[in-house]
Design a protein around this ligand. Structure first.
Ligand code: SAH
Length: 269
């Protein structure tokens, strides 16, 4: 995997958390909806509308087929501002580089070993995280092909709307609507409650920092000939899951990378 951009320093989750008081504002500020390789511009517009009706505003488009496009404008109706402000990129990893936790949505259970949540559970988890100052993404796949397994693997949890098993695939913008609705319900439910921010001393690692560690580990395992001719894929996936479960913070990632670097240095050139 290509190296990702450095994350700006001095941006601690706790500091961010302290600035924002209400759950709905935290959600609007820190949750982004990422649409991946969308084929129909109408779906982009309808997703923008779905977001705006639920108080969300950060839309990220990764490699859309056509954008901007009059069909997107038409379907966005009063939410065209969201389209004007949408960020457009070419890579999912780049769209997630400063995100702490990403949910990947999928119509079917996959052979990817991450937790599968229903939208309501996912929304509660997302709210807990944005209130603690984290940046969260919900990722949606292409209309026909959905998310690739490698794309889902960048996410820490999968969300499946428990639809009719014989026909589970919703229209993209309708899936966006359901997720955004649950997020708003979770935010409104918490609006009255006091905010118990989980006290973590160090800010959690971003996806870019985590992927930097994974890339470093992959190089290191090659270097020490750990695989001995076997495919590195399975073991790297296991390590990935193990480290994701640990929810590493930024300092922990630095420590692990420091250990790898020191031991590389001892191995010599
Ligand atoms: N065949 C694809 C369906 C693509 S539908 C698949 O197996 O995933 C386009 C997008 O809408 C999906 O990538 C997902 O982001 C969302 N979506 C559709 N139905 C969904 C469901 N039941 N649960 C969660 N997301 C869904």
């Amino acid at each position: 995997m290509a190296l990702l951009p450095e994350v700006p320093r001095g941006d601690t989750a706790e500091h961010e958390a302290a600035k924002i008081s209400t759950p709905t504002i935290a959600l609007a500020e820190r949750l982004r909806v990422v649409l991946l390789r969308t084929s129909h511009p109408g779906n982009i517009g309808a997703s923008a509308r779905a977001m705006r009706t639920m108080g969300l505003r950060r839309l990220v488009l990764v490699a859309p087929d056509r954008f901007p496009d009059p069909e997107a404008e038409a379907m966005a109706s009063g939410a065209s501002e969201l389209l004007a402000e949408a960020e457009v990129g070419t890579e999912l990893a780049a769209a997630l580089f400063d995100v702490h936790f990403a949910f990947g949505t999928t119509a079917r259970r996959r052979g990817v070993s991450i937790p599968f949540l229903a939208p309501r559970e996912a929304a509660a988890e997302a709210l807990r995280r944005v209130r603690a100052g984290q940046r969260v993404a919900v990722v949606f796949g292409n209309e026909r092909t959905g998310l690739e397994n490698e794309e889902l693997a960048l996410c820490q949890a999968a969300v499946m709307i428990p639809a009719n098993p014989e026909y589970p695939s919703l229209n993209l913008a309708q899936a966006v609507q359901i997720l955004c609705y649950e997020l708003r319900m979770a935010a409104l439910a918490q609006e009255q409650q006091a905010s118990p921010f989980p006290a973590r001393r160090d800010p959690p690692a971003t996806i870019a920092e985590f992927e930097g560690l994974m890339a470093h580990l992959a190089r290191y395992l090659e270097r020490i000939d750990f695989h001995k001719g076997r495919s590195p894929k399975t073991v790297l996936l296991r390590i990935r899951r193990m480290l994701q479960r640990a929810e590493l913070d930024r300092r922990e990632v630095r420590i692990l990378r420091g250990i790898l670097s020191d031991s590389e240095r001892l191995l010599g050139d």
